[in-house]
Design a protein around this ligand. Structure first.
Ligand SMILES: [Zn+2]
Length: 287
């Protein structure tokens, strides 16, 4: 091992000891955390502001109001859950925002700190308010599970030539900013498609249907949503951004079904009624 390599390993070990791990709410998974939440939030705030300046949000339409309404309901449910389970400090510095942007591409994302964007192009697939809640719950879950910070930590751990995040950001090169957007799940905006890992995707699915259920949306709508996603990715050549980073395969739907009983219990608790199955007395909207 060269002296240089030894130094890199020593630096990595020191960083791991210093920063160590974070715990994902709800799933309890331990994750690598070399980047602080406040660093990531500050970066996301800047990038989100720049994005909205270039892409002014749609305002005052029923669709824009729906994005806001679904977002606020899920935000309230998540805040209540985090408070009850001693994770409230993880929400410090969050700045929840829910915007609809005119863009034909099928896409939606949530940056660290709760900054959400839905493209108009995803609305034919979400179809109604409950369908929108499936995607909203999933995207908010990526932020709550700090998947963006985890990905940046993983990148730093593999590239520890000495440059820390602070140094990398001080440069503010276009490339650094583009990589940050990609790490946060908004990569298609800058043309870098960097999907979350399968483990992160499953985690976001599981947390997402629980969050939507706590907000009073029927989590079973998630199955139909992902089936429509699968339909939309069939046919014409290159799949849209969201579909290429979110494979809507059999496995995904099977895992969702496995996670459904827990989510249904939360739905029952939130709405104060047994979930109406086929032939139930109260038909829920958007099944
Ligand atoms: Zn995802």
């Amino acid at each position: 091992m060269s002296a240089h390599a030894v130094r890199r390993v020593a630096l990595l070990v020191a960083l791991l000891l210093l920063a160590g791990c974070a715990t994902v709410p709800m799933t309890g998974r331990k994750q690598l955390s070399l980047v602080s939440g406040s660093e990531v939030n500050a970066l996301a705030a800047t990038e989100y502001g720049k994005f909205l300046k270039k892409n002014p949000p749609v305002r005052g339409t029923p669709d824009a109001e729906m994005v806001e309404r679904v977002g606020r309901r899920i935000q309230a449910a998540v805040e209540q859950y985090m408070k009850k389970n001693d994770y409230a400090d993880q929400l410090a510095g969050y700045d929840w925002q829910f915007h609809l942007v005119e863009d034909k591409e099928v896409n939606a994302w949530c940056m660290p700190g709760g900054r959400v964007v839905f493209n108009t192009g995803i609305l034919p697939i979400t179809r109604d308010e409950t369908g929108m809640a499936v995607v909203m719950g999933h995207e908010v879950a990526h932020a709550i599970a700090q998947h963006g910070a985890e990905r940046m930590s993983q990148q730093l751990a593999t590239q520890l030539g000495g440059a820390t995040l602070a140094v990398a950001l001080a440069g503010k090169s276009t490339q650094t900013q583009a990589l940050a957007m990609a790490a946060f799940g908004a990569g298609s905006v800058v043309g870098i498609l960097l999907p979350f890992s399968r483990a992160q995707e499953s985690e976001a699915d599981k947390m997402g249907i629980n969050f939507m259920a706590m907000a009073g949306y029927d989590p079973r709508a998630s199955i139909g949503l992902w089936q429509r996603m699968a339909e939309a990715s069939k046919g014409s050549g290159k799949p849209p951004a969201f579909l290429s980073t979110h494979p809507a395969d059999e496995q995904r739907i099977e895992r969702l079904k496995k996670d459904m009983p827990e989510a249904l219990k939360r739905y029952e608790k939130a709405t104060g009624q047994k979930p109406a199955g086929a032939g139930g007395k109260k038909k829920s909207k958007g099944k």
